[in-house]
Write a protein that binds this ligand. Structure first.
Ligand code: ATP
Length: 247
């Protein structure tokens, strides 16, 4: 028997559940990293995973994408159990992943980077719609990946998955290393995506930023969700969050 958390924190929602993670365990080789992650992502919400370095946030995203071979438990996306499915099948269900390192191809220009990933599901944005959302990328469309600032790279990495038809966007620390003014722009983009009906799972270390975009927060420690906080309750829980995050 795997050790699990007897009762995971639960928060109410009136929305349909888009992703339901139950008692998710995952391993890198022999290393057991996720120890029973349980959380739900309501459709149309921005949900964050908060936690210290090494808590298991990135591993949770990689597990959702099927990038870890050994997973146990349940991850139901839009009614389909995805534990056991390969990454390409999971992507085709409509999940897009922007890893922390962004994955921009240095030798390709903005337009080529944008048009590289295949459309996996109908309903993705056209290139024109992407440029409307990211005017900066239109200005830079002929520039090579290497010439882009960190903020432009992050925008390109997000823009790229919008073309694919993904409806659930996994964004791993999109604001990391960016100047405050660019962080604000990324915040604007996330709010716009939410208004357009996308669902977002965001990994963040900075809960002050997270609170400007999110509907709910899950706190991750040692591969488990140990707390769940609605965004409107963040001000009343600041001290607790600071303690969780060690800030
Ligand atoms: N490829 C890997 N092989 C083995 N162990 C790994 C690998 N990647 C991560 N880990 C370990 O898994 C644990 C969780 O890492 P993870 O990257 O999910 O944490 P995190 O919460 O996202 O934090 P961070 O902000 O540092 O990325 C850490 O102990 C880490 O050392």
């Amino acid at each position: 028997m795997l050790e699990t958390l007897a009762s995971a924190p639960v928060l109410p929602s009136t929305r349909r559940t888009l992703l339901d993670a139950r008692d998710l365990h995952a391993w890198y080789g022999e290393s057991h990293i996720l120890h029973g992650m349980t959380f739900t992502i309501p459709e149309g919400e921005v949900v964050t995973l908060l936690g210290r370095n090494g808590a298991g946030k990135t591993t949770t995203m990689r597990s959702i994408m099927g990038l870890l071979r050994k997973r146990e438990g349940s991850l139901v996306y839009d009614g389909t159990e995805t534990v056991g499915l390969p990454p390409n099948r999971i992507a085709r269900l409509g999940i897009g992943y922007v890893p922390e390192e962004r994955g921009i191809f240095a030798s390709l220009n903005v337009r080529e980077n944008l048009e590289l990933p295949p459309v996996v599901k109908p309903g993705g944005l056209t290139t024109a719609e992407v440029y409307e959302l990211f005017p900066r990328l239109l200005e830079r469309k002929g520039s090579q990946g290497t010439k882009l600032s960190g903020g432009e790279q992050q925008m390109l990495a997000i823009a790229r998955i919008l073309r694919t038809g993904a409806k659930l966007l996994l964004l791993d620390e999109p604001t990391e290393g960016l100047a405050p003014v660019i962080v604000q722009q990324i915040g604007e983009i996330i709010r716009t995506l939410r208004a357009k009906g996308f669902t977002v799972l965001l990994v963040e270390q900075n809960f002050r930023f997270a609170a400007t975009v999110a509907d709910r927060h899950y706190v991750v420690e040692h591969g488990r969700v140990v707390d769940a906080i609605l965004n409107e309750d963040v001000p009343a829980n600041t001290a607790k969050l600071q303690e969780y995050l060690g800030v």
